[in-house]
Ligand binder design. Structure first.
Ligand code: ZN
Length: 651
């Protein structure tokens, strides 16, 4: 919260104090203080959003939000206890709307925005931040756990998060450096001990956890974490990450630290986060079986073995269930560490968070699915999603071969007798030249294109009944009306629906897609539609499309759906394999083009039916009298949300 706004910690304290004042009996507090039902509700909703976002700015969007309860009524709510009232007086101005519009957003201080990564430094300029950052980078200092302050005389202080104020281990020996260039003569003084109280608590917990390490990597990891939080050494933190990636497939997975750099306007300082998650053993078994079946499944893809690797290598992927995720929001997946040198030379973990992806709100509406399809869709969308995720991550991203001239004159395919392209039936004419990679050739279009390729693999292979059997659906025989057929139908409906909902992430001003996966799903919906209205179409009677639903004929998935998906997949796969960025880009731009109908008719309806962003009520763990760990869960209500935080305080 300290990384969000100066007032966030104090607002948090006020919320928890109010909870303690009334011991969770909000109705009782309402009656004592005489505020209305609506006012109490407004406060509870504000508190819930605040806790979910870890502060009074949105974790996703960085804009400030304010309570709907008036200042006067909030004051009444706080007036039952003198201390609470004083706490209210301290935060009331910061909680409510600023006359200053710029302060409604996190950003660089010289733009008038709020950023506590540059505390008490309203006069620090973006240029100064840039110069100091580049200078420290040139000295080899990693910035994730730092804050930068401008002090008297135009000098700077770099605050480093550590429990020790004079650490025993230093990444850089000097504690004062003199700047060069435009800021020549100005100094940067290193101040250790930022967030020292919190760093001490975390480091102590790590030392305690170390005693229970499951293996050597976990032991070293927890030790390096403790060392990093004690001394502020980011090199120690990197070592912790190195051991973390080597700790493959643990039953309990965790990570903690200054990780993602989205919220620092300069994009280099990390936001504190931590999570604990557990492996879903059932699902892991299915994923393992899928990888084992890869040699039989991959030949079913629409290209010959010339375009496939000799030996299938599954990408690193685990699906976890989150126990707790602390931060400004919960992602649906994690791909860390972010340090490029570790990623390239030592690896990373690619993790999807199953219970985040599959969560649904109590009264969540499902737009665009026909009334008659709702029972099957609601029953099986999670199952269908499981099937889709496994196929997408493991086989989708794992299949296909890049045809390369690895060094001048050396090829990883028979270049004298090149393979035939299944698209043209002629020998291929393009391939990756020495030094070229998939990323360098397809550059900006590449990431969405690759997601589309992986999604198509999933949509193609989920039509295969033996594949569905691996997940425990059906007996492997082709029965579109059986249990496995139901899952397949739910998967196709789900993809079509995602293709419509995707328009939320298309920006009409720039006419660009803002989310690579959603762009990919739009492409696949267009592909379904290309099979003709008897297989898939949009149904509506009203001119404003307010009754828009998807029609999809399940009896035609195998005969019409899979062939059109395969056609798209073949192009995506072959153009990728052969480095044909020209044809690939042209094709992908065409299929993800948003025409007037989709932009002006469908998109407004998508926005109108948009469901609110989810807020997650998380459980706590306590050690029971019998010495075993107990899971304490809470109601998925505003009251439950506040209670879960308040009880976390006591523990
Ligand atoms: Zn993917």
């Amino acid at each position: 919260m300290r990384q969000v706004s100066p007032e966030s910690e104090h607002i948090y304290d006020l919320i928890i104090k109010l909870y303690k004042d009334c011991k969770g009996d909000w109705k009782g507090l309402q009656q004592k203080t005489g505020i209305s039902d609506d006012d109490l509700n407004h406060f509870l909703h504000y508190a819930t959003q605040f806790l979910a976002n870890g502060g009074n700015y949105k974790g996703f969007g960085d804009s400030k939000f304010m309570p709907r309860i008036s200042k006067q009524d909030l004051k009444s709510l706080c007036s039952n206890d003198n201390v609470t009232l004083i706490m209210y007086e301290q935060v009331k101005d910061a909680m409510y709307a600023d006359v200053d519009v710029a302060k409604m957003h996190l950003g660089y201080p010289d733009g008038g925005h709020v950023s506590t990564y540059y505390p008490d430094s309203p006069n620090i300029t973006t240029e100064e931040i840039t110069i100091v950052s580049e200078f420290l980078d040139s000295k080899g200092l990693l910035p994730e756990n730092t804050r930068l302050k401008k002090v008297e005389g135009g000098n700077f202080e770099l605050l480093l998060a550590s429990s020790e104020t004079a650490p025993s281990r230093l990444d850089i020996k000097e504690t004062k450096l003199t700047l060069e260039g435009k800021l020549a003569g100005k100094t940067v003084t290193f101040k250790y001990g930022d967030h020292s109280k919190q760093m001490k608590t975390v480091a102590e917990a790590m030392r305690e956890a170390q005693k229970y390490a499951g293996n050597e990597h976990e032991e070293k990891m927890t030790g390096e974490y403790a060392s990093s939080f004690e001394t502020g050494s980011q090199e120690a933190f990197k070592d912790a990450q190195r051991h973390w990636i080597k700790d493959k497939g643990p039953v309990v997975e965790c990570n903690i630290g200054f990780v993602e750099t989205y919220r620092d306007p300069h994009g280099i300082r990390g936001e504190w986060e931590g999570f604990v998650a557990m492996v879903n053993k059932e699902r892991t078994k299915a994923f393992g079986a899928l990888v084992d079946a890869a040699p039989e499944l991959i030949p079913k893809l629409p290209w010959s073995k010339d375009f496939e690797k000799d030996k299938f290598l599954a990408p690193d992927f685990t699906s976890l269930e989150v126990l707790t995720f602390a931060g400004s929001g919960i992602p649906a997946g994690i791909n860390i560490p972010n340090h490029n040198d570790i990623r390239q030379n030592e690896g990373f973990k690619n993790v999807s968070l199953g219970n985040v992806l599959n969560s649904k709100g109590a009264n969540e509406k499902i737009p665009f699915i026909k009334e008659s399809d709702l029972p099957i869709y609601e029953k099986l969308r999670e199952a269908a999603f499981e099937v889709q995720v496994g196929l997408h991550e493991l086989l989708g991203h794992g299949c296909g071969k890049l045809l390369q001239e690895t060094e001048p004159g050396v090829f990883n395919f028979d270049h004298k007798n090149p393979p035939l392209s299944p698209i043209t039936n002629k020998p291929i004419t393009t391939w990756y030249k020495p030094g070229q990679t998939w990323g360098s050739v397809f550059s900006s279009i590449g990431s969405s294109y690759e997601e589309c390729r992986a999604e198509c693999v999933a949509m193609s292979l989920c039509c295969d009944f033996p594949t569905l059997k691996i997940y425990g659906f059906g007996d492997g025989s082709k029965d579109i009306n059986g249990e496995a057929g139901d899952v397949l139908y739910a998967a196709y409906l789900s993809m079509a629906r995602a293709g419509i909902a995707a328009l939320e992430f298309w920006d009409p001003k720039s006419r660009k897609w803002g989310q690579i996966h959603m762009q990919a799903r739009f492409a696949i919906l267009q592909t379904f539609l290309s099979a003709g209205p008897e297989f898939c179409r949009l149904d509506y009677m009203k001119g404003d499309l307010s009754d828009l639903t998807i029609f999809l004929d399940r009896s035609k998935i195998l005969s019409e759906g899979r062939p059109v998906v395969n056609l798209l997949l073949q192009k995506l796969g072959i153009y990728k394999s052969t480095a044909d960025v020209e044809a690939g880009t042209k094709m992908y731009q065409e299929i993800t083009h948003v025409n007037a109908f989709w932009a002006e008719k469908v998109r407004p309806e998508v926005l109108r039916q948009k469901q609110p962003r989810k807020v997650f009520v998380q459980s706590n763990t306590v050690i029971g009298e019998d010495g075993n760990v107990k899971l304490v869960e809470y109601e998925s209500t505003c009251e439950g949300m506040i209670k879960s935080f308040a009880e976390r305080e006591y523990i």
